[in-house]
Design a binder for this molecule. Structure first.
Ligand code: P1T
Length: 383
């Protein structure tokens, strides 16, 4: 049986991997080298300089391609540098349609960096396919989807979006950071590019900053590889090793994130001090049916708003948490709490972020894999 025919929970461990050719090491060695000896100019063994390629990074790139059911993986120095490479496929005058509720750093990169180079971004709710089609014109080159979105947990119909993108010959990229391929595989649903902040669930242990792209098409892979090598924001060998190690337990961790997430979402929903809980597993979530169709479970990310609706109350709650750590980021084994308006989404102007629900009293939880009773007790004392 080829490794690519394995089921997902085996692919996380074996997908794209071979024992090391030198000594049979089961885990790929950390090739901590910038360069490689050549016998004659150009006479090398497949590697010449570690910006262009490094064997530990190759092992990670193959693993990522495997778990996303893609053909080609590219590992970057951060999630944002992976996004940066995708936008560099475009040229001045091109237009992008993106969700109005996305990671603040992605928004900042689009608005404050790429708009200066003449690329235009339209931010809108990505639930109404007719409204999106009305926004498309002959300059539209890319649709940038995050699903579930950060931090409002909106879900976008990837299949629907893919058929719209195909009809108009537009690239569809999906940021799969929140769901991971354990819950949804965008390439299978018709997306052209899947992107990750591997800093999050793929790494899984809050010890690296890494980004990834996976594609199926060779021509697209070549273009992205050219940009990666030309711009140089590559993932280093040590970080490649750590993410590769993280991926091996992705399926086990994700199931616990989902189980704990479900219990905490229900606990918060029933709490008298909470006004609103955002989690796509609720039947009344506006995109629940899409989530149910395209995801195998609902993940461990939850946002909520206390009834008082004040900034002061939200800050008081996050400061009181003891098992949850108040911190940026998500997707690690430990539970984190964040205040998007002042942390992850502070780079989005207030009017913009409030339109999509990122109000001053919103709290975001990345539910970890601890004993859920300790997490609920922590929330109880803080609330
Ligand atoms: O931080 P970096 O690895 O560069 O990835 C950026 C990024 C891209 N996409 C999504 C959906 C993200 O959540 C992030 C990073 N997010 C956080 C740091 C955060 O706390 O939300």
């Amino acid at each position: 049986m080829s490794k690519e025919e394995l089921r997902f929970n085996s692919k996380t461990i074996h997908g794209g991997q071979e024992p090391d050719k030198a000594y049979g090491a089961v885990m790929p060695p950390i090739y901590q080298t910038s360069t490689y000896a050549q016998s004659t100019p150009g006479g090398h063994k497949g590697y010449e300089y570690s910006r262009s390629a490094n064997p530990t990074r190759t092992a990670l790139e193959r693993a990522m391609a495997s778990i996303e059911n893609g053909e080609y993986g590219l590992a970057f120095a951060s999630g944002l540098s992976a996004i940066d490479a995708v936008v560099k496929l475009l040229k001045p005058g091109d237009e992008v349609i993106s969700t109005n509720d996305l990671y603040g750093g992605s928004y900042r990169l689009f608005r404050q960096v790429f708009e200066q180079y003449g690329i235009r971004f339209h931010f809108m709710g990505l639930q109404d396919l007719d409204a999106i089609e009305a926004q498309i014109n002959d300059r539209t080159q890319l649709i940038w989807v995050e699903t579930p979105t950060n931090p409002m947990m909106n879900v976008v119909d990837i299949k629907g979006m893919a058929s719209l993108a195909k009809k108009h010959n537009i690239l569809l990229a999906v940021d799969n950071t929140f769901a991971t391929p354990y819950l949804q595989r965008p390439l299978d649903l018709g997306a052209d590019i899947v992107m990750h902040s591997a800093t999050k669930y793929l790494g899984g242990h809050s010890d690296v900053v890494v980004g990834a792209l996976v594609v199926k098409d060779k021509g697209l892979a070549d273009k992205l590889y050219f940009i990666q090598n030309a711009s140089g924001a590559v993932c280093g060998p040590m970080d490649s090793f750590l993410v590769l190690r993280g991926i091996k337990t992705l399926h086990v961790r994700m199931q616990r994130h989902c189980d704990n997430g479900r219990e905490i979402a229900n606990y918060l929903k029933a709490h008298p001090k909470i006004a609103k809980v955002y989690w796509p597993g609720f039947k009344e979530h506006p995109n629940h049916e899409i989530a149910k169709n395209q995801m195998s479970d609902f993940g461990g990310m939850i946002s909520f708003v206390p009834k008082s609706g004040t900034y002061k109350e939200a800050v008081a709650i996050v400061e009181k948490l003891r098992v949850f750590t108040l911190a940026e980021s998500l997707g690690g084994v430990e539970s984190l709490a964040g205040h998007p308006a002042s942390m992850t989404h502070a780079s989005i102007p207030r009017e913009e972020r409030e339109k999509s629900g990122v109000v001053d009293s919103l709290i975001r939880l990345s539910v970890g894999i601890e004993d859920v009773r300790d997490l609920i007790a922590d929330l109880e004392q803080a609330l």
